[in-house]
Ligand binder design. Structure first.
Ligand code: SF4
Length: 653
């Protein structure tokens, strides 16, 4: 009997219209757990590195995490993996909501798509019955609208539907996959789904998931729930509001946006408004948010309620998650009311709420600089909000200048030329980042930005405070119940960290400490992404309920696999290294690993080189960031070493 997982994947060949239920190898679960780990393995094994993202040979994998569908609170992530058209590297984007547990209950751990459908289709997975259905009537429909139409035509109100909007159909590089109160937005996952001709995947499942030691597992779940309750009543003092509590940035609950509006950049990640927030704006924004926010909502089996149902008069209701309310607002130099309105249209179109506003602000800058012309903007309203709606419509339809902008700032700048490259200034590995421009280099963040394979800073950080606490009293108070640390040394790192002087950024945390901190943060993210647990309850917040000390028992009581902390760290390291190898095989090298040039005003090239060297060495990689033969062998990845050697990537010296 298989525990926690179903032991079956659904393999769908869209070119042939063939559907197969395939039993999986339990050994792979021991080696990689599930989710991101087994997705990376599939991509390594089955998609040659020369494959273009829009090739029929590229796979599109919708995976549950290993604990999804079990009673573990917050275990609801779908990990969508493919080769990204934006970065050309492995893209893996996650969504919460309800889709992954439903797929488990239908009897599958993953749905793996290959080939391309000649016509637009949707897939209906109803327990053992799987159908590929015509979706021509859904062409051009919004992602939320599509889900509703499908539920009605199936007469199955409980079906969970992951769908793309017009952006995905038109292979816009920032197209998302939308699912209820969540979305897989980064890295152009929706564009690959559209390229394969899949409008939506609807799932309904009514089966059970087996647990190896259910009593022990339920006890652990109850402890987590109790901790969440207690932690919720005890916010961390001295940190910004979204870090004080748990949950994936609790933007729908919070109305205090002083920190974001004054520290993040407006427009095309350019302008900081240090004195923006005042009593009047605070009151106005609070009223806007509380008027349109009909109710707060959670993902499957989670008490946190990070999302919200948004009803703006005159437009359809939608669900908002995370941070999109501010990204459009700030990129367009507008206000919150506009943010809530345009986000509805953007959700229906199915676009990434981080990249899209930046692409539009980039276009506006190019116009102001005379690089884009009046002709490019023919028919565009002159006011900022009107311009953003106009640009959004053109991008998702790939009309006129929108066709170029639909490829994101990096590729668009290459196509436009005439100096446009200087305006695509906020990218890492060809992908738009948070609009932050700061003063002094932070060594921990330098490493996270440069080396992160998820290419989304908010999904790499967490665990360790972002800035030192001003007084020793605050530091001592913070560390006294810090049970999540994998090692007591992290407490010392924090206690000694000062705001100014010798023990402050950029030389403190020291190079070795920075590597340790990044490794801890990555460990937690990679484990979450293999288990399907929301980072909002684990890797992202300070002092979360899940950590390196309780995860091994969670895994072993759910699956029956013997697991301790050392074993779990090895799985993390294996998954991290395999993912690195997938990308190395596609050409990723040291030269690609850098933050946006103007992210920090004060840079330290020598220190930065030392940080990268130390990080690579710690991981068992060479000077170029390529895993060494020895480190691959230690992690049971000898087949990877052999392949890299055959290709001349690892030199056989
Ligand atoms: S913490 Fe928030 S985002 Fe995460 S599962 Fe719970 S409700 Fe969803």
């Amino acid at each position: 009997m298989r525990y926690a997982e179903t032991g079956y994947n659904l393999e769908i060949d869209l070119s042939r219209g063939n559907v197969e239920r395939v039993e999986t190898d339990p050994k792979l679960t021991e080696l990689h757990l599930g989710g991101l780990g087994t997705n990376a393995k599939l991509l390594w094994d089955r998609v040659p590195p020369e494959t273009e993202p829009f090739s029929p040979d590229n796979l599109l994998i919708f995976s549950t995490g290993l604990l999804c569908g079990t009673p573990a609170p917050g275990a609801n992530r779908t990990i969508v993996t493919t080769y990204s058209p934006q970065t050309l590297l492995m893209g893996y984007s996650m969504m919460g909501g309800f889709w992954a547990p439903e797929l488990k209950y239908a009897g599958y751990d993953k749905v793996i798509f290959r080939g391309k459908s000649p016509e637009l289709i949707y897939v209906w997975i109803n327990n053992d019955k799987v159908e590929i259905r015509d979706a021509s009537h859904l062409r051009g429909k919004g992602a939320v609208e599509t889900a509703e139409i499908i539920r009605q035509e199936l007469k199955e109100p409980k079906a969970q539907v992951a769908a793309i909007g017009l952006a995905g159909e038109n292979r816009v590089y920032m197209a998302s996959v939308e699912q209820g109160r969540s979305s897989a937005s980064r890295l152009g996952i929706g564009a690959v789904m559209g390229d394969k001709g899949i409008k939506a995947i609807a799932v309904r499942g009514t089966k059970d998931i087996n647990l190896a030691r259910p009593d022990e597992f339920i006890k652990l779940c109850n402890e987590v729930l109790q901790y969440i309750k207690a932690r919720d009543q005890k916010p961390v003092p001295g940190v910004m509001p979204i870090l004080a509590g748990l949950g994936s940035p609790a933007e729908m609950k919070l109305v205090d946006e002083e920190w974001h509006t004054q520290n993040f950049m407006w427009g095309n990640a350019r302008e900081r408004k240090r004195d923006y927030w005042n009593k009047e704006i605070e009151e106005k924004w609070k009223q806007t948010q509380e008027t349109v926010r009909t109710r707060l909502i959670s993902c499957y089996n989670c008490p946190m309620k990070c999302g919200a149902l948004i009803s703006v008069p005159g437009i359809s209701t939608y669900m908002m998650k995370c941070f999109s309310k501010l990204t459009y607002t700030m990129a367009a130099f507008s206000d919150l009311d506009f943010g809530f309105k345009i986000a509805q249209r953007a959700t229906e179109y199915g676009v990434d709420g981080f990249s899209t506003p930046q692409v539009m602000a980039f276009a506006v800058e190019l116009k102001e600089a005379g690089i884009l012309t009046d002709q490019d903007f023919a028919g565009c309203p002159s006011d900022s909000e009107g311009r953003f709606y106009w640009l959004l419509d053109r991008i998702v339809r790939r009309e006129g200048i929108g066709d170029i902008l639909a490829n994101g700032t990096y590729w668009a700048a290459q196509q436009i030329g005439k100096g446009a490259e200087a305006y695509a200034h906020n990218n890492i590995k060809k992908h738009e980042q948070l609009p932050l421009k700061l003063g002094m280099l932070n060594p921990v963040y330098f490493l996270m930005y440069s080396t992160g394979e998820k290419i989304n800073i908010t999904q790499i950080e967490g665990q360790f405070p972002q800035a030192p606490f001003p007084t020793m009293e605050e530091r001592e108070d913070f560390v006294k119940d810090w049970v999540q640390v994998p090692d007591e040394k992290f407490k010392k790192y924090l206690l000694d960290w000062e705001m100014r002087g010798e023990r402050s950024n950029p030389y403190y945390p020291t190079v070795d400490m920075s590597v340790d901190i990044v490794d801890w943060q990555e460990t937690m993210h990679y484990i979450d992404d293999a288990l399907g647990v929301c980072a909002g309850l684990s890797a992202f917040p300070l002092k979360p309920p899940y950590h390196i000390h309780n995860y091994p028992t969670f895994i072993s009581s759910a699956t029956g696999i013997d697991m301790d902390e050392a074993g779990l760290k090895k799985v993390y390291k294996r998954n991290r290294t395999l993912l690195r190898a997938v990308n190395v095989r596609r050409g990723l090298r040291r030269t690609d690993e850098k933050p946006p040039e103007d992210h920090w005003k004060k840079r330290f090239p020598e220190l930065e080189a030392k940080l990268l060297d130390a990080y690579y060495k710690f991981k068992g990689w060479d000077h170029e960031g390529i895993p060494t033969k020895e480190s691959l062998q230690e992690l049971d990845l000898t087949y990877v070493a052999e392949d890299l050697e055959q290709r001349g990537i690892i030199k056989n010296e």
